[in-house]
Design a protein around this ligand. Structure first.
Ligand code: TXA
Ligand code: MG
Length: 331
């Protein structure tokens, strides 16, 4: 069993010993280990059950550390870092030689971010005084399943894979993940920057920061090991559907015949069923995003036959949410 603690010193000690620390960030919980320690990196892949060809994001306390890791530091990344760091933005940059090849899955590029969560930032700052200060961390969940935004969900997802020398940071609820969705990933290694994963920071914000339009898509080589190319992701184990209001009205009775069903709706359906529990979903994108993963993780433990979410509104504010729901429903 991993240790559950809110103490910074225990987290830093574990990192320094090459152990793993599941820690809160402003996006989701990360499963962190010292990026310069091969053994720690190996264990991250094992605990997460993640294929070794999927590189990890490096979390660092400051720009100075970023510049030690990367080969180039140009105008676009400089503008983006100035505006959005510390915060929910990950930049893909050219990799130098500092970081173990397994952390970056042998890539010539590297994903980096400076998180803004107070615990994460303090942990990275203190770790840089006694160790590398570079924490490689994927989201703290088993590969392909729902990301986590509180210590309890991390425990459910990973406790059977972590051991007693690892740590799960038990932050207070008000100190949990402020945004609840993963960082926006921007590839700055090509002439025109490209968004590889939509996230908390919107496309229009990226564009207005660097003063040109950006595409959303895959890396140049379009390899299968990059974000967005894995069709099933963020998925609950329970059967999960995202449906329009019209589809819900038409099919709800039939769907409920299969057993206990949960519906997260924006507009209450007219029909009902004994098997149905229906709750209203948050109407604003920030609140919906903040609650999404904890809702899914919680529902996944209730022994339901089916989870249905009413399709959210369209519009840029809802982009990252729609992206995650699209992938969550395609297990
Ligand atoms: O908000 C977040 O970004 C969270 C918190 C913990 O920081 N982290 C996170 O990590 O979402 P993860 O591992 O679940 O997703 C990172 C994505 C993966 O799809 C990985 O393939 C991609 O980033 N990635 C990492 N390095 C890359 C690189 N050099 N080029 C392209 N994609 C990369
Ligand atoms: Mg993830």
């Amino acid at each position: 069993m991993p240790k559950l603690t809110s103490e910074l010193s225990l987290a830093i000690e574990s990192l320094q010993k090459g152990k793993l620390v599941a820690f809160p960030t402003e996006t989701v919980f990360g499963l962190g280990g010292d990026a310069t320690n091969q053994e720690a990196i190996k264990r991250i892949f094992k605990v997460k059950g993640r294929p070794s060809n999927r590189p990890l994001i490096l979390h660092v306390p400051n720009l100075e550390t970023v510049k030690k890791i990367v080969l180039d530091w140009s105008l676009n990344e400089s503008k983006l870092a100035k505006k959005f760091w510390p915060g929910p933005l990950t930049l893909i940059l050219k990799n130098g030689n500092l970081i173990s090849q397994s952390a970056v899955a042998g890539k010539k590029t590297v994903a980096i971010r400076i998180p803004s969560h107070p615990f994460a930032l303090s942990m990275l700052r203190s770790f840089s005084e006694i160790g590398s200060g570079i924490v490689a961390a994927p989201s703290a969940n088993r590969f392909g399943y729902v990301s986590t935004t509180n210590a309890r969900d991390v425990e459910f997802s990973l406790q059977n894979y972590l051991d007693e020398t690892d740590v799960i940071v038990n932050s207070s609820p008000r100190n949990n993940c402020q945004f609840g969705l993963e960082s926006t990933i921007v590839d700055c290694t090509t002439n025109s920057p490209k968004i590889l994963r939509v996230g908390v920071i919107k496309k229009s914000e990226i564009e207005s920061c660097i003063g040109k339009t950006v595409d959303v898509g895959l890396t140049e080589d379009g390899k299968i090991d990059y974000p967005g190319t894995c069709s099933s992701h963020y998925s609950p184990k329970t059967k999960f559907k995202v449906m329009t209001r019209a589809q819900i009205e038409l099919n709800l009775s039939k769907l409920c015949e299969g057993g206990k069903t949960f519906l997260w709706y924006f507009q209450k359906p007219v029909k009902t069923s004994q098997n149905l529990t229906a709750e209203v979903a948050p109407s604003t994108a920030p609140e919906y995003g903040r609650q999404l993963y904890s809702k899914l993780n919680n529902l996944d433990r209730r022994g339901l036959n089916l989870i249905i979410f009413e399709e959210p509104p369209t519009g840029e504010d809802w982009n990252a949410i729609c992206d995650r729901l699209e992938k969550a429903k395609s297990r």
